[in-house]
Design a protein around this ligand. Structure first.
Ligand code: SD4
Length: 332
């Protein structure tokens, strides 16, 4: 065989081998993608704590073919409307001066986000946050400006301080002791993550923050990256508990980045709590709960003290998931 022909033949057959193996690997990839898709749990809705009503609302949107963003908004709004929830929306606990001030944010599959902080007299801060995201070039509106914007968008002025909340506040004023009581008694912020039928992820978080907080205080819940973060390539995370500690570690962003590096939602949440505890050696007087969801529909949660749970809805059913904790003994 002449050298030129040898080279030609060799390269042809090599090309043949390469294209055959390329084809094979494409086929493999197709099978893997198919298997992955088959294994992906979607749609799915999860939220912090056992908020049955809110999570069912989000699930209803998803089950009817709705998108992840509508699902988190409707789900979070259900909790805001619940007068019995004392840290979200109407019926929430006021700050130390008796004012109910609300924080919320929302984030979609494209990384768009909106937030309101220190919002008063508006029952659905999460819906206002969505308007900030969709109707303005901004991400965060605060206080009076946020309230004014809400009226312009058609939201009604609402008295958020119920008689019950007012009476509890008057009682609290007798001692005026500010403490971050550890479990659900004082922490029932809703952070919600959903993935729709298409596999797109969205998240929302809404709260009145810490009970009897200093006027003007804003926690982690409306801070993108702290109380909530979504990256549609990877997953989403959200937090509940003492916001100051979550802000210090940019908790939800951290968890999503850990998942990007290959950790499962469970492992990522555990690492998130451990980072916080490393900065608070020996401290036991606060609670934090993280919740995460990845693109496969896997979920995980972890907290500082026992007691945090999260609600999960898939086509397999609706459950309240128990969460493992950094400190194992229930001491509160
Ligand atoms: C905050 N993270 O304002 C909120 C409070 C909370 O359950 O989650 N309560 O710090």
């Amino acid at each position: 065989m002449k050298r030129r022909n040898f080279i030609k033949n060799t390269s042809l057959s090599t090309a043949g081998i390469i294209s055959a193996s390329l084809l094979a690997s494409c086929e493999d990839k197709k099978t893997v993608t198919k298997q992955e898709n088959a294994k992906t749990i979607k749609p799915i809705s999860v939220c912090t704590w056992n908020f049955e009503n809110a999570n069912s609302k989000a699930w209803e949107v998803l089950a009817n073919g709705g998108n992840a963003l509508d699902a988190v908004e409707k789900g979070a709004m259900a909790e805001e409307a619940d007068i019995k929830n004392t840290t979200v929306g109407i019926g929430a606990t006021p700050d130390r001066d008796g004012n109910v001030t609300l924080d919320a944010c929302i984030m979609d599959k494209d990384g768009n986000c909106g937030a309101v902080v220190y919002l008063q007299n508006i029952a659905h801060p999460v819906a206002v946050a969505r308007k900030v995201m969709e109707e303005t070039p901004h991400i965060i509106l605060a206080g009076k400006g946020a309230e004014q914007f809400a009226y312009e968008q058609g939201f009604k002025k609402t008295n958020l301080l119920t008689e019950e909340a007012k009476n509890r506040w008057l009682e609290w004023k007798k001692t005026s002791k500010y403490e971050t009581i550890i479990n659900i008694e004082n922490h029932d912020t809703i952070g919600m993550l959903t993935m729709d039928k298409k596999g797109d992820i969205a998240g929302a978080c809404t709260t009145s923050g810490m009970a009897y907080k200093v006027g003007g205080r804003v926690g982690d819940s409306p801070i993108i990256g702290a109380g909530l973060y979504v990256d549609n390539e990877v997953g989403g995370a959200t937090a509940t508990g003492v916001g100051e500690e979550v802000i210090r570690t940019v908790g939800s962003f951290l968890i999503v980045e850990l998942m990007r590096q290959g950790k499962s939602p469970q492992e990522a949440c555990e690492e998130g709590v451990k980072r916080i505890m490393a900065k608070n050696k020996g401290r036991e007087d606060f609670q934090i709960g993280f919740l995460a969801l990845n693109k496969k529909g896997e979920t995980g949660g972890y907290c500082v003290h026992p007691g945090f749970t999260y609600r999960k809805a898939t086509s397999a059913g609706h459950t309240n998931e128990q969460v493992d904790s950094f400190y194992k003994k229930k001491n509160h």
